[in-house]
Design a protein around this ligand. Structure first.
Ligand code: HEC
Ligand code: HEC
Ligand code: HEC
Ligand code: HEC
Length: 126
């Protein structure tokens, strides 16, 4: 009897273990830092750090990955924000990034925390 109870407990642990592994594997890890560059862009690429934004500065995933049901597995912004045209009201990619990144940085500066707002602070020559 005790032996049977023990194997049930073991089973439950085994299932919990497998579930944890699959959940961790299902979560895509973004590159750190990632280099963002639009196709055909002429300026230097922009470095973006998830650690700065989600760990140091506690911004929710959904604030940027705003249309994703599962922000852990987000779709790239440029899937909806196209380079050359406004589609389904989604602004073009460049305008989108500038609105998302620069608007928040301006708010942050106004509140006293430095964040890049000048062209060459984001489009940094490597
Ligand atoms: C807070 C960061 C940030 C600031 C400040 C910023 N940009 Fe950008 N910009 C981006 C990101 C991110 C992209 C998309 C990735 C890329 O292609 O560089 C982008 C894309 C662009 C693009 C299209 C891609 C290319 O290389 O041609 C242009 C043009 C551009 N920015 C010009 C500017 C100018 C001019 C300024 C200053 C008035 C500026 N940006 C300030 C983040 C920034
Ligand atoms: C301040 C804005 C911002 C926040 C907050 C943010 N992300 Fe991102 N994330 C981006 C940008 C910009 C990209 C790169 C552009 C793209 O791939 O569309 C990106 C890309 C990713 C990617 C890679 C997508 C791919 O297929 O290449 C993953 C995974 C990701 N983010 C997960 C997360 C998770 C999980 C969180 C919350 C813990 C989070 N992000 C919070 C802006 C953000
Ligand atoms: C599944 C499609 C989809 C994805 C992926 C997506 N967006 Fe959007 N986005 C939209 C649409 C559609 C709009 C138009 C307004 C609305 O419906 O909210 C929009 C609007 C915006 C706006 C303008 C909001 C305003 O107030 O004017 C910003 C900024 C923005 N998106 C940033 C991003 C960023 C940054 C990413 C990637 C991290 C991203 N979006 C990914 C579909 C998407
Ligand atoms: C909702 C607010 C918010 C959004 C959206 C946001 N940022 Fe930031 N960002 C910050 C704040 C706050 C800091 C300052 C963090 C600190 O130094 O403590 C910062 C710092 C930075 C820095 C300098 C520190 C570092 O990690 O190198 C870069 C570069 C940067 N952001 C790029 C971007 C880009 C590119 C985007 C758009 C894809 C973006 N940010 C979107 C709030 C935001």
């Amino acid at each position: 009897m005790a032996k049977k109870a023990f194997s049930i407990v073991l089973m439950v642990f085994a299932i919990a273990f497998i579930l944890t592994i699959t959940m961790v594997a299902a979560q895509k890890k973004p590159a750190e830092p990632m280099s963002i560059k639009l196709e055909g862009g002429k300026l230097p690429p922009v470095n973006f750090s998830h650690i700065t934004h989600t760990e140091k500065t506690k911004i929710d995933c959904i604030k940027c990955h705003h249309k994703d049901k599962d922000a852990n597995n987000p779709e790239p912004c440029i899937k909806c924000h196209l380079i050359n045209e406004v589609k389904d009201n989604a602004p073009k990619a460049k305008d989108t990034y500038h609105k998302n990144c620069i608007d928040c940085h301006k708010e942050s500066v106004a509140k006293g925390t430095a964040a890049p707002t000048k062209c060459n602070e984001c489009h940094k020559k490597q």
